[in-house]
Design a protein around this ligand. Structure first.
Ligand SMILES: *[C@@H]1O[C@H](CO)[C@@H](O)[C@H](O)[C@H]1NC(C)=O
Ligand SMILES: *[C@@H]1O[C@H](CO)[C@@H](O)[C@H](O)[C@H]1NC(C)=O
Ligand SMILES: *[C@@H]1O[C@H](CO)[C@@H](O)[C@H](O)[C@H]1NC(C)=O
Length: 510
């Protein structure tokens, strides 16, 4: 652009009105040959709905607030209730019923990973011409090397393969889980992961801007923060000395550090001249864990449940490339974590979705132009391994269509149907707020709930007995998805996973 402006001005002076038309065409052409934007995807871990400044949190997040205030806040945005499921959907664009990962998480001893015939988001970005980098938590399986991020589309990788570990030692159950590319990274002990990942990200950005290569950048940054263990350098908690609840205070410090990390990374991008052509996406992976300092008030339930507190996530998109008309807006259009795959590949990178079987939708026009979301329905999950035992079940609706003892939930337009045991369903206010926790009055053994989420986003009014017609329609949808599901893959622990066989590291054993 810097080159074309003086030249077009020169042409314009010479050719007068006719020339102005010509300039218009040249300019139009320049705009049409749109550059592929850099994409930075920041995924926070167990970050609660109530824990970002702009949702009225007592925890201050000035950097994220500022980015979100200039971008688009996603206020009808959904993730999965726990780690592996959200990450699997982000990386595959597929519901868990289509990857066999419906049940819980991939535990470190489990011979399981995101199925190798699913083409990952990173592979697709690479195919579209991007340099692909990942820093942080994988949690999509590692029992064989073919499952590792370095073999699934990322040019570089720095981080850990399991789901949680200590922030300073990078140990899990006393064994190292930290890698630079595929090699154990033993020399980072004592460095706090949020700061360390930020430095590594800044290194990648610097390297990228120094390279003569004109590849765009895809940087996937799944931070360890703010998952337990609640560890943080003490100075981050100082502004929160007034919070009496120790977990909440520690957690607040961890969030403060995460916010600083986001600020540092975006500042570095700005300084390097990368920001002007960057789209930043920020998302949580699931609802906050109330036992570990997180909070989702006023939503019902928390991490691990199919209530809104488990799945209604914090998310925003920020970019100078967004049209002015959407900068500083919120969207209430339905968007889900599985939508990022087609949105990034087709909507932003201009890549092809050939070979990918997707449950996600390209929502870039929804975010960048305010168009209605192409998504009208969202299968939260069907987990046939989590069932209400017959002794505890009371037939509430008596649907003959779908087995309501199964943990499942589906959203269709305004409506959400939940079946089976959805998990923790209390309303938990932030500690110290003075508000009382509210325990639901559902009879034990209740297995079917229906909510109008648009009218009742906090799930106070169960309408299942008032609207049996909608219950039945959504039961049919669940049954339809159920019939198209892959069998659940949830193997037992493999003793060969024990780090003692791998030089005291978590590593592949096949
Ligand atoms: C750790 O070792 C790697 C590989 O030798 C090196 O690149 C890195 O700078 C070292 N980091 C620290 C903190 O010493
Ligand atoms: C952000 O940058 C400042 C200044 O360089 C540094 O002191 C701080 O540790 C950084 N924070 C993180 C989370 O990287
Ligand atoms: C998609 O098409 C491109 C171009 O023909 C090809 O190079 C690539 O391998 C295809 N990808 C998949 C996953 O089929």
């Amino acid at each position: 652009m810097a080159m074309t402006q003086p030249r077009t001005a020169y042409v314009a002076t010479f050719l007068g009105t006719f020339g102005l038309l010509l300039v218009g065409c040249v300019f139009h052409l320049v705009q049409c040959q749109q550059q592929q934007p850099n994409i930075v995807f920041i995924l926070a871990d167990d970050y609660g709905f109530h824990d970002i400044g702009y949702h009225g949190s007592e925890i201050k997040t000035p950097n994220m607030d500022r980015l979100a205030a200039r971008g688009v806040k996603l206020e009808n945005y959904y993730v999965q209730p726990i780690c592996t499921p959200t990450r699997s959907q982000l990386m595959s664009g597929r519901y868990q019923i289509h990857t066999g990962l419906q049940h819980l998480i991939i535990r470190p001893e489990m011979p399981s990973c995101l199925p190798l015939d699913d083409i990952t988001l990173a592979q697709k970005m690479k195919e579209a011409g991007y340099a692909t980098h990942m820093i942080g938590k994988w949690h999509l399986g590692f029992y064989k090397k073919a499952c590792w991020p370095t073999r699934r589309g990322f040019d570089t990788y720095f981080g850990y393969l399991t789901g949680s570990e200590e922030y300073f030692t990078h140990l899990r159950e006393k064994a190292l889980d930290f890698r630079e590319q595929e090699e154990p990274a033993r020399n980072y002990s004592g460095l706090y992961s949020t700061q360390l990942f930020t430095q590594k990200a800044q290194g990648i950005l610097e390297q990228h801007s120094n390279q003569s290569s004109d590849k765009p950048l895809f940087l996937y940054l799944p931070f360890q923060a703010v998952h337990e263990p609640l560890e943080v350098p003490p100075h981050y908690t100082q502004p929160y000395a007034h919070i009496k609840d120790k977990n909440r205070r520690q957690y607040a410090g961890m969030v403060a550090c995460l916010d600083e990390a986001v600020g540092n990374i975006t500042r570095t991008m700005d300084q390097l001249g990368l920001w002007k052509n960057t789209v930043l996406i920020f998302s949580t992976d699931n609802g906050g864990q109330v036992y570990s300092g997180g909070n989702n008030w006023p939503l019902r339930g928390w991490k691990g449940s199919l209530w809104e507190g488990g799945v209604h996530g914090v998310g925003f998109v920020s970019s100078p490339l967004l049209p002015a008309k959407v900068q500083g807006t919120i969207t209430k259009e339905l968007i889900h974590v599985s939508d990022w795959y087609p949105t990034l590949v087709a909507g932003l990178a201009g890549g092809s979705l050939n070979g990918s079987k997707l449950d996600g939708f390209n929502v870039w026009d929804t975010i960048s132009n305010g168009y209605p979301s192409p998504r009208h329905e969202l299968l939260h999950n069907i987990d046939p391994l989590t069932i209400v035992k017959p002794a505890n079940a009371t037939k509430v609706m008596g649907s003959k269509v779908f087995n309501e003892t199964i943990r499942a939930a589906i959203r269709s337009g305004d409506w959400k149907l939940i079946t089976g045991d959805p998990g923790n369903g209390s309303w938990i206010p932030p500690p110290g707020s003075g508000i009382q926790a509210h325990i639901p009055a559902d009879p034990p053994g209740k297995m079917v709930w229906l909510f109008n989420i648009t009218a009742d986003p906090n799930e106070h009014q169960d309408l299942s007995s008032q609207r049996p017609d909608i219950v039945e329609r959504l039961m049919q949808r669940l049954q339809c998805y159920y019939e198209g599901s892959l069998p659940v893959f949830y193997p037992g622990s493999d003793p060969r996973a024990d780090p003692k066989y791998h030089n005291n590291t978590w590593s592949n054993w096949e």
